[in-house]
Design a protein around this ligand. Structure first.
Ligand SMILES: N[C@@H](CCC(=O)N[C@@H](CS)C(=O)NCC(=O)O)C(=O)O
Length: 209
Protein backbone atom coordinates (compact mmCIF):
# COMPACT_ATOMS: atom_id res chain seq x y z
CA UNK A 1 0.00 0.00 0.00
CA UNK A 2 1.10 3.58 -0.61
CA UNK A 3 2.87 5.23 2.35
CA UNK A 4 2.77 8.91 3.27
CA UNK A 5 5.50 9.99 5.67
CA UNK A 6 4.10 13.11 7.27
CA UNK A 7 3.90 15.36 10.32
CA UNK A 8 0.13 15.98 10.00
CA UNK A 9 -0.07 19.45 11.63
CA UNK A 10 2.21 20.93 8.94
CA UNK A 11 0.47 22.65 5.97
CA UNK A 12 2.93 20.84 3.68
CA UNK A 13 1.68 17.52 5.06
CA UNK A 14 -1.92 18.70 5.16
CA UNK A 15 -2.14 19.34 1.42
CA UNK A 16 -0.88 15.82 0.66
CA UNK A 17 -3.18 14.12 3.17
CA UNK A 18 -6.22 16.15 2.15
CA UNK A 19 -5.70 15.39 -1.57
CA UNK A 20 -5.24 11.65 -0.88
CA UNK A 21 -8.39 11.56 1.25
CA UNK A 22 -10.39 13.67 -1.19
CA UNK A 23 -9.49 11.17 -3.91
CA UNK A 24 -10.27 8.16 -1.69
CA UNK A 25 -6.74 6.83 -2.15
CA UNK A 26 -5.77 4.26 0.49
CA UNK A 27 -2.50 4.95 2.26
CA UNK A 28 -0.56 4.15 5.39
CA UNK A 29 0.10 7.29 7.40
CA UNK A 30 3.70 7.04 8.68
CA UNK A 31 4.16 9.80 11.28
CA UNK A 32 7.42 11.77 11.18
CA UNK A 33 8.15 13.15 14.64
CA UNK A 34 9.86 16.41 13.66
CA UNK A 35 10.13 17.65 17.24
CA UNK A 36 12.31 14.65 18.09
CA UNK A 37 14.38 14.72 14.92
CA UNK A 38 12.93 11.65 13.17
CA UNK A 39 13.67 13.33 9.82
CA UNK A 40 17.40 13.25 10.61
CA UNK A 41 17.59 9.47 11.04
CA UNK A 42 19.51 7.57 8.35
CA UNK A 43 16.46 5.54 7.29
CA UNK A 44 14.49 8.73 6.65
CA UNK A 45 17.42 10.50 4.95
CA UNK A 46 17.65 7.50 2.62
CA UNK A 47 14.13 8.38 1.42
CA UNK A 48 14.68 12.13 1.27
CA UNK A 49 18.26 13.43 1.39
CA UNK A 50 16.84 16.87 2.22
CA UNK A 51 15.72 15.35 5.55
CA UNK A 52 12.29 16.90 5.26
CA UNK A 53 8.75 15.57 5.12
CA UNK A 54 6.40 14.90 3.36
CA UNK A 55 7.58 11.85 1.43
CA UNK A 56 5.48 9.40 -0.59
CA UNK A 57 6.44 5.76 -1.17
CA UNK A 58 4.46 3.79 -3.72
CA UNK A 59 5.62 0.30 -4.61
CA UNK A 60 9.30 1.25 -4.77
CA UNK A 61 8.70 4.76 -6.13
CA UNK A 62 9.82 7.49 -3.72
CA UNK A 63 8.72 11.11 -4.15
CA UNK A 64 9.40 14.20 -2.04
CA UNK A 65 8.24 17.83 -2.42
CA UNK A 66 4.65 18.28 -1.33
CA UNK A 67 3.35 19.81 -4.57
CA UNK A 68 4.90 17.04 -6.67
CA UNK A 69 3.19 14.54 -4.37
CA UNK A 70 -0.21 16.21 -4.84
CA UNK A 71 0.27 16.03 -8.61
CA UNK A 72 1.22 12.37 -8.44
CA UNK A 73 -1.86 11.59 -6.35
CA UNK A 74 -4.09 13.55 -8.73
CA UNK A 75 -2.65 11.66 -11.69
CA UNK A 76 -3.76 8.38 -10.11
CA UNK A 77 -7.39 9.50 -10.45
CA UNK A 78 -7.43 11.70 -13.57
CA UNK A 79 -11.19 11.42 -13.84
CA UNK A 80 -11.53 13.51 -10.65
CA UNK A 81 -10.07 16.55 -12.42
CA UNK A 82 -7.69 17.80 -9.70
CA UNK A 83 -4.92 18.07 -12.34
CA UNK A 84 -6.45 18.90 -15.72
CA UNK A 85 -4.84 17.42 -18.85
CA UNK A 86 -5.61 20.44 -21.05
CA UNK A 87 -2.19 22.17 -21.46
CA UNK A 88 -3.36 25.66 -20.48
CA UNK A 89 -5.41 24.47 -17.52
CA UNK A 90 -2.52 22.25 -16.43
CA UNK A 91 -0.11 25.20 -16.69
CA UNK A 92 -2.47 27.36 -14.63
CA UNK A 93 -2.45 24.76 -11.83
CA UNK A 94 1.36 24.55 -12.04
CA UNK A 95 1.57 28.35 -11.94
CA UNK A 96 -0.30 28.57 -8.62
CA UNK A 97 1.60 25.66 -7.12
CA UNK A 98 4.92 27.29 -8.05
CA UNK A 99 3.61 30.58 -6.65
CA UNK A 100 2.74 28.79 -3.45
CA UNK A 101 6.13 27.12 -3.19
CA UNK A 102 8.18 30.22 -4.05
CA UNK A 103 6.19 33.00 -2.36
CA UNK A 104 3.11 32.05 -0.32
CA UNK A 105 4.74 29.19 1.63
CA UNK A 106 7.75 31.25 2.84
CA UNK A 107 5.57 34.25 3.74
CA UNK A 108 3.01 32.21 5.73
CA UNK A 109 5.72 29.99 7.24
CA UNK A 110 7.48 33.07 8.60
CA UNK A 111 4.42 34.06 10.63
CA UNK A 112 3.74 30.46 11.73
CA UNK A 113 7.34 30.13 12.87
CA UNK A 114 7.50 33.48 14.65
CA UNK A 115 4.12 33.28 16.39
CA UNK A 116 3.70 29.53 16.97
CA UNK A 117 6.90 27.50 16.62
CA UNK A 118 9.67 29.70 17.94
CA UNK A 119 8.73 29.19 21.57
CA UNK A 120 8.34 25.44 21.04
CA UNK A 121 11.93 25.31 19.78
CA UNK A 122 13.11 27.40 22.75
CA UNK A 123 14.10 30.30 20.52
CA UNK A 124 12.34 33.01 22.50
CA UNK A 125 9.93 35.73 21.41
CA UNK A 126 9.05 36.72 17.84
CA UNK A 127 11.59 38.99 16.15
CA UNK A 128 9.78 42.26 15.26
CA UNK A 129 11.60 42.68 11.92
CA UNK A 130 10.68 39.13 10.87
CA UNK A 131 7.04 39.69 11.86
CA UNK A 132 6.97 42.93 9.91
CA UNK A 133 8.40 41.26 6.80
CA UNK A 134 6.09 38.24 7.10
CA UNK A 135 3.02 40.44 7.49
CA UNK A 136 4.00 42.69 4.59
CA UNK A 137 4.55 39.67 2.34
CA UNK A 138 1.29 37.95 3.33
CA UNK A 139 -0.62 41.23 2.80
CA UNK A 140 0.92 41.79 -0.63
CA UNK A 141 0.51 38.17 -1.78
CA UNK A 142 -2.96 38.02 -0.21
CA UNK A 143 -4.01 40.93 -2.44
CA UNK A 144 -2.85 38.97 -5.50
CA UNK A 145 -4.74 35.88 -4.34
CA UNK A 146 -7.88 37.84 -3.47
CA UNK A 147 -7.85 39.52 -6.87
CA UNK A 148 -7.51 36.20 -8.70
CA UNK A 149 -10.33 34.62 -6.70
CA UNK A 150 -12.71 37.50 -7.41
CA UNK A 151 -13.32 36.13 -10.89
CA UNK A 152 -13.83 32.46 -10.09
CA UNK A 153 -15.07 29.85 -7.62
CA UNK A 154 -11.69 28.14 -7.28
CA UNK A 155 -8.14 29.26 -7.92
CA UNK A 156 -8.04 27.88 -11.46
CA UNK A 157 -11.65 28.40 -12.48
CA UNK A 158 -14.84 26.52 -11.70
CA UNK A 159 -13.05 23.23 -11.05
CA UNK A 160 -11.35 22.32 -7.75
CA UNK A 161 -7.68 21.46 -8.38
CA UNK A 162 -4.55 20.59 -6.40
CA UNK A 163 -3.68 24.30 -6.51
CA UNK A 164 -6.56 24.97 -4.09
CA UNK A 165 -5.15 22.40 -1.68
CA UNK A 166 -1.60 23.81 -1.91
CA UNK A 167 -2.47 27.46 -1.44
CA UNK A 168 -5.42 26.96 0.90
CA UNK A 169 -3.49 24.67 3.27
CA UNK A 170 -1.71 27.69 4.77
CA UNK A 171 -4.99 29.35 5.72
CA UNK A 172 -5.62 26.69 8.36
CA UNK A 173 -3.27 28.76 10.56
CA UNK A 174 -4.44 32.22 9.47
CA UNK A 175 -5.92 32.96 12.89
CA UNK A 176 -3.25 31.52 15.16
CA UNK A 177 -0.38 32.91 13.11
CA UNK A 178 -2.10 36.29 12.70
CA UNK A 179 -2.14 36.72 8.94
CA UNK A 180 -3.30 40.25 8.06
CA UNK A 181 -6.00 39.07 5.63
CA UNK A 182 -9.26 40.04 7.34
CA UNK A 183 -10.07 42.53 4.57
CA UNK A 184 -9.79 39.94 1.80
CA UNK A 185 -13.40 38.85 1.27
CA UNK A 186 -12.74 36.57 -1.69
CA UNK A 187 -10.12 34.62 0.24
CA UNK A 188 -12.55 34.20 3.10
CA UNK A 189 -15.36 33.05 0.75
CA UNK A 190 -13.06 30.58 -1.04
CA UNK A 191 -11.60 29.16 2.17
CA UNK A 192 -15.07 28.68 3.65
CA UNK A 193 -15.86 26.57 0.58
CA UNK A 194 -12.72 24.47 1.07
CA UNK A 195 -13.72 23.88 4.67
CA UNK A 196 -16.93 22.29 3.37
CA UNK A 197 -14.89 19.43 1.88
CA UNK A 198 -14.99 16.42 4.24
CA UNK A 199 -11.36 15.56 3.37
CA UNK A 200 -10.31 19.08 4.29
CA UNK A 201 -11.95 19.01 7.69
CA UNK A 202 -10.71 15.48 8.39
CA UNK A 203 -7.12 16.52 7.66
CA UNK A 204 -6.97 19.48 10.03
CA UNK A 205 -4.93 18.43 13.06
CA UNK A 206 -4.21 20.68 15.99
CA UNK A 207 -0.46 20.93 16.66
CA UNK A 208 0.62 19.35 19.97
CA UNK A 209 1.45 22.74 21.58
N1 LIG B 1 9.42 22.38 -0.21
C1 LIG B 1 9.24 21.27 0.69
C2 LIG B 1 9.44 21.75 2.10
C3 LIG B 1 9.38 20.61 3.10
C4 LIG B 1 9.68 21.11 4.50
O1 LIG B 1 10.29 22.17 4.71
N2 LIG B 1 9.27 20.31 5.53
C5 LIG B 1 9.57 20.68 6.88
C6 LIG B 1 8.37 20.61 7.80
S1 LIG B 1 7.00 21.58 7.32
C7 LIG B 1 10.54 19.69 7.49
O2 LIG B 1 10.40 18.50 7.29
N3 LIG B 1 11.49 20.21 8.27
C8 LIG B 1 12.41 19.40 8.99
C9 LIG B 1 13.75 20.04 9.14
O3 LIG B 1 14.01 21.03 8.44
O4 LIG B 1 14.52 19.53 9.97
C10 LIG B 1 7.85 20.65 0.48
O5 LIG B 1 6.90 21.42 0.18
O6 LIG B 1 7.70 19.42 0.59
Amino acid sequence: MMKLHVAPPSPRAFKVLAVARHLDIDFDLCPVDLLNGAQLRPEFAALNPNKKMPVLEDDGFVLWESNAITQYLASRKPERGLLPADPRKHADVARWQFWESCHWDPACATLIFERMLKKVFGQGDPTPAHLEKGEADVRQLGAVLDGALAERSYLCGEQLTVADFSVGAWLNYAGRAGYPIDGFREIRRWYAGLMELPAWRESIVAPPF
